[in-house]
Ligand binder design. Structure first.
Ligand code: ADP
Ligand code: MG
Length: 310
């Protein structure tokens, strides 16, 4: 019985409104569906505009983006957004002892291709790519916002942090416009602004293996929740699942025993990064990591579909 309930505990899309009518809309931005619900009809445009602005900075597959320019030339005076995210990425790299590493791009690109084609990358390609990975190879100058990738061919992938950051920035813009109640969901990175009427926002959580099942709900006000896991982007080869979350130590998809992690935090970027990191680190190291984040809580699902509190 317990197992049944907890099995459902993961992932996120449904929102349950109450009280006044909610204006809801979604758009595909930054490689994911961005959903907004609010009693304020202005909210959706504010959120979508902010996401589109940040997409131009952070999308590694858009050749015109600021990030692509950095990846191509290895050097750039960064915008405030890009510089802030890189600084945060460096902080998380330290705190996770390298499990969260945005320089994983040369490897993550190989695996993204592998997922699309359903075939494993060749070992030599992984080894060559792995040589370029490591945030120690990124130079950040705080005064001038200059960024340098010290290894030729090194690249940055912000897929594990950009959506969370964009949610936080969108929420900041909503607050500036005096929107006092809204929920934003960018592909499982959620922030609940204010109460929903007189109640908390209720976020539905899906079973990681049976995506149609929706059962558990958590109630949040002025909090973020994010889920990462191997159930959305993966492929199966000889009965093994390969996900899009990479262990930067091995160059292979995370294989920590944790298949999915859900984190509740005060901001969406922290929830985004920690959920991804804990899939790499596993349960024990994940718990140790969370000791650095008072007030942050979470749950993980392991390979046996067991749920653990963090
Ligand atoms: P999603 O993008 O599905 O929401 P996550 O938030 O867990 O999932 O982020 C996974 C993405 O982060 C990958 O698609 C990749 O772009 C990037 N990534 C993969 N492994 C790592 C890692 N170890 N550290 C930082 N970023 C990673
Ligand atoms: Mg994430």
């Amino acid at each position: 019985m317990y197992k049944k309930i907890i099995l459902y505990f993961l992932f996120t899309t449904a929102v349950f409104g109450c009280g006044k009518p909610l204006y809801r809309d979604s758009e595909f931005i930054m490689g994911t569906f961005v959903e907004v619900a609010s009693t304020d009809p202005r909210a959706k445009a504010i959120v979508f505009d902010e996401f589109k602005r940040l997409q131009k900075a952070f999308d590694m597959f858009d050749e015109q983006s600021e990030l692509s320019r950095l990846n191509k030339t290895g050097e750039l005076t960064a915008s405030e957004d890009l510089f802030f995210v890189l600084k945060k990425a460096r902080e998380f790299y330290g705190l996770t002892e390298g499990a969260f590493d945005v320089t994983v791009a040369p490897v993550s690109i190989l695996w993204k291709r592998a997922i699309t084609r359903s075939e494993l990358p060749v070992v030599e390609a992984i080894e060559d790519a792995l040589y370029l990975v490591g945030f120690d190879g990124v130079y950040l100058d705080e005064d001038t916002r200059q960024v340098k990738l010290l290894k030729m061919g090194a690249m940055i992938d912000l897929g594990g942090i950009a959506k969370g950051y964009a949610v936080d920035k969108a929420i900041t813009m909503l607050k500036k416009a005096q929107v006092s109640s809204a929920i934003v969901n960018a592909g499982g990175n959620i922030y609940c602004l204010g109460p929903n009427g007189r109640k908390a926002w209720r976020v539905g959580i899906q079973d990681p293996r049976v995506s149609k099942n929706l059962s558990a709900r958590i109630e949040l006000i002025d909090k973020a929740v994010a889920t990462s896991g191997d159930y959305e982007q993966f492929f199966t080869f000889q009965n093994k699942r390969y996900s899009h979350i990479i262990d930067p130590k091995t160059g292979y998809p995370a294989d920590s025993g944790v298949i999915s992690a859900t984190i509740v935090a005060d901001d969406a970027m922290t929830a985004d990064v920690l959920s991804t990191s804990i899939v790499v680190l596993g349960l024990q190291k994940g718990r140790r990591l969370l000791k650095n984040f008072p007030g942050v809580s979470g749950k993980v699902v392991d390979v046996q579909d067991k749920v653990h509190d963090l």
